[in-house]
Design a binder for this molecule. Structure first.
Ligand SMILES: O=C(O)C(=O)C[C@]1(C(=O)O)C=C[C@@H](O)C=C1
Length: 272
């Protein structure tokens, strides 16, 4: 069964599908993150690859809600080093470009570069590679794309500026989604959780203390509104697990304190 991704060949999601599932990975390409989740949820894809956070631009907040609403589970993760390049039809120069389009997350990662080229209007596109393909197919003389070397190669564009992300070392973390929970063959060393705490004084401090008491290292905590209850928040927490029994104990205590816990996935950390 195919793997659902957002974007087309040459996009960063496609690169992750190749890295994780091999060069011949059978992919279903979608325009939006919502469609990835729907495809995994309705069984037309066995797994999905979804970007969740970037080291420069931060979290893709709406994706937490998307995976939760579709009732999906996280099977694993993949960190991809991201190099963004400004590209256009061969022969053009940066001064010729009026518009540069790309995925909104890619644009956010290249703000400093474009501050130096204020004549360029930045516009959101579906994914990095789709914009490169559009330029190539429509022979757009005034438009540039921010995308990977691979996209320039596939769609025959020329790179005008390399590595234009604000800091050289740039990573996007992707999660691998599935319809059912799956425990890895080895003891997991990372978990992604959603915790809804009772809205009372000190509740978050008490929650964090439980994790600290069990030696759990939280690698991420993100608050997301509980839309049915205005101004109540759920916390999406990633924790590293060095001792699985201490992790189990922490979950028991968190639940025991009256909080609601949902386990999105327990897996092996791939952080480089
Ligand atoms: O447009 C692409 O190529 C994507 O794979 C999307 C995406 C993202 O959603 O963050 C993936 C990695 C980069 O951070 C920029 C864009």
């Amino acid at each position: 069964m195919p793997i659902a991704i957002q974007g087309i060949p040459g996009s960063f999601h496609h690169q992750v599908a190749i890295n994780v599932f091999g060069i011949d990975a059978d992919v279903l390409c979608f325009d939006t993150f919502e469609e990835i989740a729907a495809a995994v949820g309705n069984g037309s894809a066995s797994q999905g690859v979804m970007a969740i956070e970037n080291s420069i631009a931060g979290a893709i907040l709406p994706n937490y809600e998307v995976i939760d609403r579709h009732g999906l589970f996280i099977q694993g993760e993949h960190y991809l080093p991201i190099s963004h390049n400004l590209m256009a039809l061969p022969g053009l120069k940066v001064e010729n470009l009026q518009v540069v389009k790309s995925h909104p997350m890619a644009i956010l990662q290249c703000q400093t570069f474009f501050q130096k080229h204020p004549h360029i209007k930045l516009e959101p596109g579906k994914d990095t590679a789709s914009v490169a393909r559009e330029i190539s197919e429509k022979k757009l003389q005034y438009q540039g794309a921010i995308a990977s070397h691979k996209a320039a190669e596939i769609y025959g564009l020329e790179i005008l500026a390399e590595n234009i992300q604000t800091v050289e070392e740039n990573f996007t973390r992707f999660i691998l989604l599935a319809k059912e929970p799956e425990k890895p063959a080895q003891i997991p060393n990372k978990a992604s959780l959603k915790v809804i705490i009772r809205n009372e004084k000190g509740a978050l401090a008490k929650l964090l203390q439980i994790f600290a008491d069990q030696d759990l290292d939280l690698s991420k905590i993100q608050s997301i509104p509980v839309i049915e209850k205005p101004w109540d928040y759920a916390f999406f927490i990633d924790t590293l697990i060095s001792d699985y029994s201490k992790y189990s104990k922490a979950l028991e205590k968190v639940r025991g304190a009256g909080n609601e816990v949902k386990i999105f996935g327990e897996y092996i950390s791939q952080k480089p």
